[in-house]
Design a protein around this ligand. Structure first.
Ligand SMILES: [Zn+2]
Length: 98
């Protein structure tokens, strides 16, 4: 079973306590009314889906209930680090592929 470290509880817990919340580090357009339909559709539905490190949003649903970010390697399925949403990604994280 995969263990995930919640950066708020500061403990490793079984993955069954968590829920995947989509891609992380996305920047929402400041004024959605001013962006094109294509740009808005890309923001909502296009994800990077890289092979390797990927920034993801997770939620500790059966714990503190808070959202946090995680760097997961999509090849090995290992979560290599987690951090609070208001913190910067780890320095060794390459941004999740381009
Ligand atoms: Zn937690």
């Amino acid at each position: 079973m995969l263990l995930i470290r919640c950066p708020y509880c500061e403990t490793e817990r079984p993955e069954l306590e968590f829920r995947y919340g989509g891609e992380a580090l996305l920047e929402r357009p400041k004024d959605p009314a001013l962006v094109s339909d294509d740009a808005w559709t890309a923001y909502l539905w296009t994800c990077k889906n890289p092979k390797g490190p990927h920034a993801e949003r997770w939620r500790h649903v059966h714990g503190c209930g808070r959202f946090f970010n995680a760097a997961r390697n999509t090849v090995s399925d290992l979560i290599v680090s987690t951090w609070r949403v208001d913190d910067s990604p780890p320095a060794n994280f390459d941004g999740g592929g381009a």
